[in-house]
Design a protein around this ligand. Structure first.
Ligand code: SF4
Ligand code: SF4
Length: 331
């Protein structure tokens, strides 16, 4: 296997930044941000803010329009971004991009705004040799924390160096192009350290299909304050709203992230709301992640990244919900 010394990563990033708009995990902001020489990287764990805004920005202008009497014009604001390189994503966040691909690129529908950024982004991941945080449970969600195939280049953490493995044709070309920075190593990838947070997921989706009216939802939703932090921090949550701004005869349409945990998310014109209380909203969040999405796409909409567990102000914990669901006796 090829390898690069960790001390050479900034040199690699300096070189690739001539070709790509490079996005890196930044320590202080705890999110992905444009690389600049000397910036403090966070390479020991996932970032608090997930990389979903690289492909699906929090707000995004889509169309502009203008009117002139009875005439009108509508122009797309879709642009082709400069090739970008997303460096240092963890296997859990790679899985979240896989989930977003289901939503924005599959079943005969292509979201051109998402596709433009997705097609133009080169992915380099870094594996974890164990749970990076006490709230990590990716392994229970079927993810290998050390490796992933759904990127262009994957880096194994070998201590003082990273093992470099191309995972696509573009990745092969990349490794060949920057070959001067890579050397052969015989070092082995270490064993994965034990996770402290472990779950059994078998049968949960099928069981949830019978629990729509179960009193568990009333009980677990009581403490939720509807802040939406869980959905904004979640790498897979992807709901958005489309709005317009108009000034005189001109305006634009834009989309922005929305949250199913907000009371007006499902409020209709006329005032009817099919999810009028926290019970329906919390139930929807967990059923979407653990039942509806697996039924539609064959994947869970939770990657076990642990972000929502660590930041919910009232300690709502999806792992506890899963455990409670498993304990429910349906007979
Ligand atoms: S972060 Fe917690 S309190 Fe806020 S909406 Fe999510 S579950 Fe409710
Ligand atoms: S539901 Fe929570 S643990 Fe699962 S992917 Fe979203 S933020 Fe991560």
């Amino acid at each position: 296997m090829k390898a690069i010394a960790k001390t050479q990563i900034s040199e690699l990033l300096n070189q690739v930044a001539r070709e790509y708009n490079v996005l890196v995990p930044v320590a202080g902001a705890d999110k992905y941000a444009p690389y600049t020489p000397g910036i403090e990287l966070k390479l020991n764990s996932r970032t608090l803010l997930p990389p979903k805004d690289v492909f699906f920005p929090q707000t995004e202008k889509m169309y502009k329009f203008s009117t002139d009497g009875m005439e009108g014009s509508l122009d797309s604001l879709l642009t082709t971004p400069k090739p970008q390189l997303l460096f240092g994503i963890r296997p859990c966040d790679v899985k979240s991009i896989h989930c977003l691909d289901h939503v924005f690129l599959s079943k005969g529908f292509v979201d051109e705004f998402y596709a433009a950024k997705r097609d133009n982004t080169f992915l380099i991941s870094i594996g974890c040799n164990g749970p990076a945080e006490s709230t990590c449970f990716c392994q229970s969600m079927g993810i290998n924390p050390q490796d992933t195939d759904e990127v262009d280049v994957h880096l194994f953490d070998l201590g003082s160096q990273y093992g470099v493995v191309p995972k696509s044709a573009k990745g092969e070309a990349f490794v060949a192009k920057y070959a001067a920075l890579f050397a052969e190593t015989t070092e082995e990838v270490p064993a994965v350290a034990e996770f402290t947070l472990n779950l059994e997921l078998d049968g949960v989706s099928e069981k949830l299909a019978q629990m729509f009216e179960h009193p568990l939802w009333e009980e677990v939703s009581r403490k939720c304050i509807g802040c939406g932090a869980c959905t904004y921090l979640c790498p897979t949550c992807h709901c958005f709203d489309v709005s317009a701004r108009v000034a005189g005869t001109q305006g634009f349409r834009f989309r922005c992230w929305d949250s199913c945990m907000f009371s007006d998310y499902t409020r209709m014109a006329g005032g009817h709301n099919p999810r009028p209380s926290k019970k329906e909203r919390v139930r929807n969040r967990f059923l979407h992640k653990l039942q509806y999405f697996p039924e539609r796409y064959g994947d869970s909409l939770c990657t076990g990244c642990g972000r929502c567990l660590s930041k919910c102000p009232v300690n709502m914990d999806i792992t506890n919900i899963i455990k409670q669901v498993r304990e429910v006796d349906l007979v």
